[in-house]
Ligand binder design. Structure first.
Ligand SMILES: Nc1nc2c(ncn2[C@@H]2O[C@H](COP(=O)(O)OP(=O)(O)O)[C@@H](O)[C@H]2O)c(=O)[nH]1
Ligand SMILES: [Mg+2]
Length: 213
């Protein structure tokens, strides 16, 4: 049998270029960049992976010596890999709006990656783990410095204490305007809700902007 013939029954034709399911719909009018940040092990890779409609690109590597004694693994003992670069994914919110997601590490030794990362980013999601809120303090400060609007998503880890939203707001020193939402980064619907919360927040900011004198 001649497998090279595209006419032969049962032969598989490998199309050149992107897979059809990876192609953007023709109706896509706006592509928006969103950054997912947070401390080590808060669920960034998980969120991008659960919500992305394209196979997410992830650069995970076994934790290096540089992370020993630096990455606080208390509460995430089973985590033996850490993302050294970025997670990348895509989600279509509707026929017209597509979000490109960039997950990036919050550890100090990766801050060089932040340069340029927020250029053109409309907003960010800060993931927090209530067992280790302090690992996300730095990224919040850095977003505020850069005036990047963000929402906070509280990732639900099994033995993580649950605090009233206002208590969390106080602990994270956030103004009343910043939305704080619960999520389970493993669930597509939940991760999607977080992104929708960010989109709604960005919309209220845009409206407030146009209404400002
Ligand atoms: N129970 C629970 N586990 C999660 C959740 N999100 C992430 N994890 C787990 O927490 C660990 C760290 O998540 P990962 O996405 O790698 O964190 P990253 O360092 O922020 O990218 C992994 O073992 C995940 O499976 C969640 O919402 N609930
Ligand atoms: Mg990661």
């Amino acid at each position: 049998m001649d497998f090279r013939s595209s006419e032969s029954p049962g032969s598989v034709t490998v199309a050149a270029g992107p897979r059809s399911e990876d192609a953007l719909p023709d109706t896509a009018a706006a592509a928006v960049k969103v950054v997912i940040v947070g401390g080590f092990g808060v669920g960034k890779t998980t969120l991008v992976g659960s919500v992305s409609e394209i196979r997410p690109l992830t650069t995970e590597e076994t934790m290096t010596q540089a992370g020993v004694g630096v990455d606080d693994t208390a509460g995430v003992e089973r985590k033996s890999t850490t993302t050294v670069a970025m997670d990348f994914g895509r989600i279509s919110i509707n026929d017209e709006l597509v979000l490109y997601l960039f997950g990036t590490p919050g550890q100090e030794r990766f801050w060089f990656l932040w340069r340029g990362l927020f250029e053109g980013a409309l907003g960010a999601v800060v993931l927090v783990d209530t067992r280790r809120l302090e690992v996300s303090f730095d990224v919040i400060g850095r977003l505020e410095e850069r005036s990047v609007p963000f929402v906070v998503a509280v990732n639900s880890f099994p033995d993580a204490p649950s605090y009233p939203v206002e208590e969390l707001r106080g602990a994270l020193d956030l103004p009343a305007s910043v939305p704080i939402v619960d999520c389970d980064a493993r669930l597509r619907t939940s991760s999607r809700d977080v992104l929708m919360a960010l989109m709604r927040y960005l919309q209220t900011l845009a409206v407030a902007d146009t209404e400002a004198p």
